[in-house]
Write a protein that binds this ligand. Structure first.
Ligand SMILES: *Cc1c(COP(=O)(O)O)cnc(C)c1O
Length: 396
């Protein structure tokens, strides 16, 4: 076999970033509120809002900070109940706890999307909802918005891993009241760390801007101004979760790359998915019809295998050079809800648990070549066959 792809390799940052960083290092102007105008963070907010089709954007230190500030901006009372999916990253329930709220978990189906019947059954008494589009898999946003709008429950979209995904042609993160994104290295745009939130609501953005650390009159350096800022001056705590100009300088030159990354990521994913689906032992679930995905990884369920066989499949794949994470089988996995021991209320979610015990996760960085993708698929297909014995005929 030819050389193995490195599925942990990041794409190089565009060289324009180097020029911008050099200028920042020369001037020492790293804080977003030093320059009277046009700081890189401010320009990023304008460009990102325009890219998404939102009125306002606020760049912060992480998507977790954006989720926390979203809950704070909604002015939820202490111990408010916030519904989240049972399949998400540990940062999501953590942001809820950080905001002095109580995470309420709902079931997620075999296709990694929220189980709508269970979601509806748990909505009573809930004061906000965070829809986490885990690994970019979009739940039924039409049904979610209908249920939440009817009850006047605000929806925050955790679109950390969904930048570039659309639903009925609309960008994910712009469907709920607030959308939150991540610039951590494993996401579509990489600044090491960073996050951003978007909303069309002037009061919410004013509150979030001030709480993010726009102390005194620094909010005046945000470009879309309105009365709400002055109204909230000195009324809110300052949590100092601002973004540095250095991060914005790394992010801005990547925005024009997004469309290509999304296109390549989707083509790569769909190519590998079609190959894996030829195996009787693997199934890549279908997306929902209104969704156009922007994947940089692939998830699939093992079919007809015991836990030990799935473990063996993962070991054989890793020995051959491709790391397969089975969400529910790896120790201390931050995406397995039973490891969130910090939750104030425990729930068992048998359906989500069963899914996590057979759901596999493999990174597929967008820059992989067709040969790389074939190498990944070959290893996974061979590992399944080795564990389950030679299959006589595919698809039977
Ligand atoms: C990465 C991720 C987060 C956390 O983002 P940070 O910027 O690291 O805080 C939250 N939710 C999902 C679905 C993610 O993939």
């Amino acid at each position: 076999m030819s050389s193995l792809p490195n599925v942990h390799q990041a794409e190089p940052i565009p060289t324009d970033a180097r020029v911008a960083i050099d200028a920042l290092l020369q001037s020492g102007d790293l804080f977003r509120y030093t320059a009277p105008q046009d700081a890189p963070v401010t320009l990023l907010e304008q460009e990102f809002a325009e890219l998404l089709g939102s009125r306002f954007a606020l760049a912060v230190s992480s998507c977790s900070a954006a989720l926390f500030l979203s809950l704070k901006a909604l002015d939820l009372p202490r111990d408010a109940r916030v519904l989240i999916p049972g399949f998400t990253f540990g940062a999501v329930p953590s942001a809820v706890v950080h905001a002095d709220c109580i995470p309420v978990l709902c079931e997620v189906a075999e296709n990694y999307r929220i189980d709508m019947a269970d979601f509806e059954a748990r909505l009573d008494g809930v004061q906000a909802v965070i829809i986490s589009h885990m690994r970019g898999h979009t739940s039924d946003m039409d049904a979610i918005m209908a249920l939440c709008n009817a009850r006047d429950i605000p929806v925050i979209e955790d679109a950390a891993h969904s930048l570039g995904t659309t639903w009925h042609g609309r960008n994910l993160g712009t469907i709920g009241k607030i959308g939150c994104f991540s610039f951590q290295s494993y996401k579509m745009i990489n600044a090491g760390e960073g996050g951003i939130m978007v909303t069309d609501d002037p009061d919410l953005i004013a509150r979030a801007v001030i709480m993010s650390g726009a102390y005194e009159h620094n909010w005046k350096k945000h470009t879309v101004l309105h009365d709400a800022f002055a109204r909230w001056q000195n009324k809110l705590p300052l949590y100092n979760q601002r973004m540095s100009n250095l991060a914005a300088a790394v992010i801005r030159p990547q925005l024009p790359e997004l469309a290509r990354r999304v296109r390549d990521g989707r083509a790569n994913h769909d190519y590998v998915a079609a190959r894996l689906n030829t195996s009787p032992w693997m199934l890549v679930p279908e997306k929902l019809a209104p969704e156009v995905r922007a994947p940089d990884s692939i998830q699939f369920n093992m079919v007809g295998m015991t836990g030990d066989q799935i473990r063996a499949f993962s070991d054989v794949s890793e020995a051959a050079g491709i790391k397969v994470q089975v969400f529910g089988l790896s120790t201390d996995n931050a995406r397995a809800f039973w490891n969130w021991e910090f939750l104030p209320e425990k729930t068992d979610l048998p359906q989500t648990r069963a899914m996590l015990m057979k759901a596999c996760d493999v990174r597929l960085p967008v820059q992989l070549s067709r040969a790389d993708l074939d190498a990944v698929a070959d290893i996974l297909l061979a590992a399944a066959e080795q564990v389950m014995g030679e299959t006589r005929a595919y698809g039977t």
